[in-house]
Write a protein that binds this ligand. Sequence first.
Ligand SMILES: *Cc1c(COP(=O)(O)O)cnc(C)c1O
Length: 364
Amino acid sequence: MSLTALDAPAGARITVDLRAVADNTRTLVARARGEVMAVVKADGFGHGAVGVARAALGAGATWLGVTGLGEALALRASGLEGPMLSWLNPPGADFAAAVGQRVDLAVPSLAHLAAMPPGARIHLHLDTGMARDGAAEDEWLALCRAAREAELRGRVAVIGVMSHLAGPDTPAAVRRFREGVAIAYGMGLRPRVRHLAATAATLTEPDTHFDLVRTGAGLVGIDPSGTTVLRGAMTLTAPVVEVRRVVAGTPVGYDHTWRAPRDTTLALLPVGYADGLPRSAGPRGEVLLGGRRCRIAGRISMDQIVVDTGPGEGVRVGDVAVVFGPGLGGEPTVADWATWAGTLPHEIVTGLGSRPHRHVVGGN
Ligand SMILES: *Cc1c(COP(=O)(O)O)cnc(C)c1O
């Protein structure tokens, strides 16, 4: 991608490269022992759910997964077919719509099971040590028994058993998961898809793979395990809207938290915390501008940042700064921004505002 003044957009711009999503999907498919679900919740981790879903399905993923039913119905409305699971809904959600659109539903409790309409395809959801979503172990037997009764009455079909890993002590979680599956079998259930692993365990713990892995972060180039080279799929750029020469000691921005250490040139970029740049990254943040890393000078404002481009001349109004990207051209990455802000890359990419112009490349 060329980032010359000629293709400078009017403001901040997000470019999503679906070829990176396809490459990352192939990496995950190659590692997985079973099938791969493309998790495209939170608008495909901020990359656009439909585009990411299409790219992933085109590269070997066979399932789609989202948290809320609304996300699932939106995917169906955009024409996406194939197995799809929604796993986080209140018992009062419109489950009849899910059945009508062939969306599988996670069932974490007896209340959810009671709310399933006839024809529901369900995945019993067990908590294996996170105390977040999923049935507690002491409720699991009753849930399996009730699900089997509902299945025998022809109300539901138990397609899967699922759980989610907290991170620490995966062997204990795998043991609890196996026990949970055994209890389901003991009740007469025959779940065809057992699924536990997300991206990190897909890349590092084959024992967790079972029949299906659910990968989200990895699709867009985030590797929480730190073991595998994946391709960042998103680039955020902003054009220089003003250039200013200042003398040593000039205070910059709100609260004067930064002063020019020498005579220098400042460039103003129209991107700020309303666009998703964490304000906490200000003291350490950098962008790539004119082929060099430039520090953010002063506070990140709601709509803008000032960067210190150094004493040399050269940066011009209309030049394009790369705020983050895959990192191949020397630009910061999403992971760099996460480090500067003391957070996860996930939070950076899902926290982007609606203002930057969005541009998708590499789709079919
Ligand atoms: C978000 C989520 C995933 C995907 O996790 P990644 O680490 O992004 O791959 C899988 N399963 C559940 C239940 C999730 O909430």
